[in-house]
Design a binder for this molecule. Structure first.
Ligand code: DC
Length: 229
């Protein structure tokens, strides 16, 4: 079973995806972490994150592994180094949005993500990002697209940063979010758009539990329809 969740930053994708994966015994795939890992490697090696040729060369050189943790989470390893907090900094966030625009980087990450859909040793995956339902898993039986008001998304992102002990300004967080959204929605390769067969969920006024319950019901129906349940 493949479940995809696409949507802008702060819409609640990763919180919900992790819970659904844990509830259904599926593997959680955070594809944003892959773009972040590539961006992190570019920053530490002094590679120009806006140069298609330099980024293509970098991708050819690196070894990227996806590891799954006991609690239903996942982590990315680049050249043997496990990346966690390093890929969540504002610098990496900005650089990730830059590398995500490049078709070369997207093409390199595509088979890495798709390989999960072919694994026979897992009962399902919940993959979240921007182009999962449109490009990575266009045949996924259960596709969702999250949206939420920009002010609410900025509030959530700001709260996350503060909880993580990082100094953050709400107005700046909103500005960064708007800039990133703009780039994600308008880029030529795999822009953030709703797949025609995706179910849209506006999470602005819903609790996490409400979203998870609704999705679990839908996924159950899709499993039955696909002959998986
Ligand atoms: O979800 P996130 O903030 O961790 O994503 C980091 C960046 O990667 C963000 O700018 C969007 C981009 N991204 C993408 O273009 N396609 C995906 N499938 C996932 C993330």
């Amino acid at each position: 079973m493949i479940v995809t969740i696409d949507g802008p930053a702060g819409a609640g994708k990763s919180t919900v995806a992790k819970l659904i994966a844990a509830k259904l015994g599926y593997i959680y795939l955070d594809t944003g972490a892959l773009y972040r890992a590539v961006a992190w490697k570019a920053l530490v090696t002094g590679t120009d994150t806006t140069s298609p040729a330099a980024m293509e060369r970098l991708c050819e050189r690196i070894r990227l592994n996806i590891l799954h943790t006991q609690d239903g989470g996942m982590a990315v390893e680049v050249d043997g180094l496990l990346l966690n907090a390093q890929i969540r900094t504002p610098e990496v966030t900005r650089a990730a949005a830059q590398v995500a625009v490049l078709p070369q980087v997207r093409a390199w990450l595509l088979p890495i993500q798709q390989a999960f859909g072919q694994r026979r040793d897992i009962s399902g995956i919940v993959a979240e990002g921007r182009d999962l339902g449109t490009k990575v898993f266009p045949n996924a039986p259960a596709k969702f697209f999250f949206k939420a008001d920009a002010a609410e998304r900025a509030r959530r992102r700001h709260e996350e940063l503060v909880t993580a002990g990082k100094a953050a300004d709400l107005a700046q967080t909103r500005q960064d979010l708007d800039a990133r959204d703009g780039r994600d929605r308008t880029r030529e390769t795999a822009p953030l758009v709703t797949a025609p067969d995706a179910i849209e969920i506006d999470t602005t006024k819903l609790s996490v539990d409400q979203v998870v319950d609704h999705m679990t019901r839908v996924i159950g129906e899709k499993e039955k329809a696909a002959g998986l349940a």
